[in-house]
Write a protein that binds this ligand. Structure first.
Ligand SMILES: Nc1ncnc2c1ncn2[C@@H]1O[C@H](COP(=O)(O)OP(=O)(O)OP(=O)(O)O)[C@@H](O)[C@H]1O
Length: 406
């Protein structure tokens, strides 16, 4: 058995973090739960589940027999995550605040707080795994606590080992995409016990030990938006500037309410369902649905195309920047797999130098659908998540061949 450690668990009120805490307690560790409040609600508390979630988390802590602390990181969240979220939307991109929340709050503010409480490790209910490998050979060493990781005098030998972020074992729940910005110091202090399990197993454990939230629905969507209508929420923070929606030939087919409110590949909410593309040659003919294909910020124009597989929606390559690599150094150029959005199949690709030292290019074996600036491009080598960056630009099959020369 591993040595007893003091471990702080992020208890969200959900079933995954509850089972995480229970598994660690069962393994003999000293476990403390922390509930984070990351968003202060002003007017529309009907959408905010934070109070209910804290009550659920406290009930879980009670059943498991651990202490729980309530911590407020709302100011940090607003400065480090929400401000960036608004900046990105204003620039016409579609950011991924959950990625930033992990990098800046859960594995920074929360981790620092846990360390101040004397914790050796933190744990969350994410579906991912951390593997400790020998720095020189890459040979897996198993758990964090290995003789290779500790010198004879007991001091940690940080040079001897490296930490890899792996996909969760349950392919339908894997959350490594959201965790790809974690660094070596963060990974070295993190445990993801449910990443070794399938969700059905987690729910079975929760029911078996009588956790009050065993059947609680999984949370969906961006944490601070919750179940609020998204457009209404954004409207409170961003200026709206209506403009034209045009088809691929530049003909006006409708009005948009502000470019920030649309994302590439979006099908609903265009208000042009009844419009038919006169003489459309491709894309499935007159009755195919319309999709957002491009935003031209300079002219405040939204372009929509008809048909899911329209060439404007397919990207053979992309440039990404704001890079972050789990190993602390960039992977060598070559063949990998990548995801350009969560819940996407891994796509075979090659990694190459970018137009600047701070960027890289991914070229896909098959064109990818609706590659969206602002979303994360995440690189994998088999089950190992290598890190990634933010999509800056996507080449489309036609006529935007901006990246063809790279
Ligand atoms: N408000 C919170 N307080 C403490 N930890 C949290 C909070 N929200 C999320 N976490 C941690 O991050 C993990 C992943 O978050 P995610 O949003 O995917 O989970 P969830 O669906 O809200 O809840 P769970 O994963 O516990 O079922 C959680 O398992 C939990 O450990």
């Amino acid at each position: 058995m591993q040595a007893k450690q003091r471990i702080v668990v992020g208890l969200s009120g959900g079933v995954d973090s509850a089972v995480t805490a229970w598994l660690l307690k069962q393994a003999g560790h000293e476990v403390v739960g922390i509930f984070m409040k990351n968003w202060e609600d002003d007017d529309d508390s009907e959408y905010c589940s934070s109070n209910v979630d804290f009550v659920d988390a406290a009930a879980v802590a009670d059943v498991i027999g651990i202490e729980i602390e309530h911590v407020n990181f709302a100011a940090d969240y607003k400065d480090r995550v929400f401000a960036e979220f608004l900046r990105e939307y204003s620039a016409g991109r579609t950011p991924n605040p959950d990625v930033l929340c992990n990098a800046e709050i859960k594995f920074k503010a929360f981790l620092d707080h846990a360390m101040r409480l004397g914790a050796e490790k933190i744990a969350t209910g994410h579906y991912a795994r951390v593997r400790c490998v020998a720095a020189d050979s890459g040979e897996p060493l198993g758990s964090h606590e290995t003789s290779r990781a500790t010198a004879r005098d007991g001091a940690p030998r940080t040079d001897a080992v490296r930490y890899e972020l792996l996909k969760g074992l349950d392919p339908s729940k894997d959350q490594s995409y959201f965790l790809h910005r974690l660094t070596q110091p963060q990974l070295s202090k993190t445990l993801f016990p449910v990443g070794e399990l399938h969700k059905t197993e987690v729910r079975r454990i929760a029911a078996e030990i009588g956790l009050p939230n065993a059947k609680k629905k999984d949370s969906t969507g961006i944490c601070f938006i919750g179940e609020r209508p998204f457009r209404e929420f954004l409207n409170r923070y961003l200026q709206t500037k209506p403009g034209p929606i045009k088809d691929e030939r530049g003909r006006k087919i409708g009005e948009h309410v502000g470019l920030s409110f649309y994302t590439l590949g979006q099908r609903q909410g265009l208000g042009i369902g009844g419009v038919k593309a006169k003489g459309a040659q491709r894309g499935g003919g007159d009755h195919s649905p319309w999709f957002v294909a491009r935003k031209d910020m300079a002219t405040n124009t939204l372009y929509a195309v008809q048909g899911h597989d329209h060439p404007w929606l397919l990207s053979p390559a992309l440039v990404f920047d704001d890079l972050s690599w789990t190993a602390g150094e960039p992977p060598a150029p070559g063949a990998y797999a990548a995801k350009t959005r969560y819940r996407q199949q891994d796509a075979a690709c090659t990694l190459a130098a970018g137009p600047t030292p701070q960027s890289r290019v991914l070229r896909f074996a098959e064109p990818q659908w609706a590659v969206t600036p602002g979303q994360s491009a995440v690189l994998y080598d088999g089950e190992v998540c290598l890190g990634g960056g933010v999509i800056a630009q996507a080449e489309t099959l036609e006529p935007n061949q901006a990246l063809a020369q790279l």
